[in-house]
Design a protein around this ligand. Structure first.
Ligand code: 3PG
Length: 216
């Protein structure tokens, strides 16, 4: 895949999704019911973060048993994490930041990848490695919508997926920004609901969110 095709694929995927739940799965047995609950609420594009021991197995289980889910891997911190995401067959990779080694490996890989940025210099490094779609993290503490508007001045063609501090109350405002393709966050999958198996509650919250953000 050419670098441009890879970026276009990522942009299409995220802009179709508009909301990406950032999943921290502590127990393998939560993976499939959680993914089913999200998909049932209209949220199909999922970021399984590499924050727990079971993350890769959880993503594998979702890919095998929830065919309507589009599974990406998040919290990619190292070249090895990137390789694991690709070997798994993830549809995309996301990182909270970037290192030169990670950007180089991502440029050489066929996995659509969004590195994390919070400053103009970090964005310039990402662009130098062909990444014009980035995660803006942590979005609210790093200046929020005002910061994204300011970055759009020197970087009008950059597409952004903000995460960090986004929830039901501000998701629509973020999505109204022309360079924001999707928003990510953990608010659709609260740890307490996952631990208690409140799958119906997660489905209801997703359905409500999707109805308000993407009316049919
Ligand atoms: C991420 O990695 O994107 C964040 O942990 C999500 O941030 P949130 O928990 O504030 O939504």
């Amino acid at each position: 895949m050419t670098p441009t095709a890879k970026q276009q694929q990522l942009a299409a995927l995220l802009s179709q999704a508009i909301v990406i739940p950032v999943l921290t799965i502590e127990r393998l047995e939560h993976a499939v019911p959680l993914a089913r609950a999200l998909v049932a609420g209209g949220v199909r594009t999922l970021e399984v973060t590499l924050r727990t021991e079971v993350a890769i197995e959880a993503a594998r289980a979702i890919m095998a048993e929830v065919p309507d889910a589009i599974v990406g891997i998040g919290t990619i911190l190292t070249v090895d994490d990137l390789a694991r995401a690709q070997a798994l067959g993830a549809k995309f990779g996301i990182s909270p930041g970037a290192t030169p080694d990670l950007l180089k490996a991502a440029a050489a890989s066929s996995l659509p990848f969004a590195p994390g940025i919070a400053t103009a210099s970090e964005l310039m490094l990402a662009l130098a490695h062909g990444c014009d779609l980035v995660k803006f993290f942590p979005a609210e503490p790093s200046g929020g919508i005002k910061a994204v508007r300011a970055l759009a001045g020197p970087f009008p063609n950059v597409r952004i997926c903000p995460t960090g501090g986004i929830g039901e109350a501000n998701a629509a405002a973020w999505l109204a920004e022309p360079n924001v393709v999707a928003v990510g966050g953990s608010w659709l999958c609260p740890a307490a609901d996952i631990r208690s198996g409140n799958w119906a509650g997660i489905t209801a919250m997703c359905a409500r969110t999707m109805k308000s953000l993407k009316p049919a």
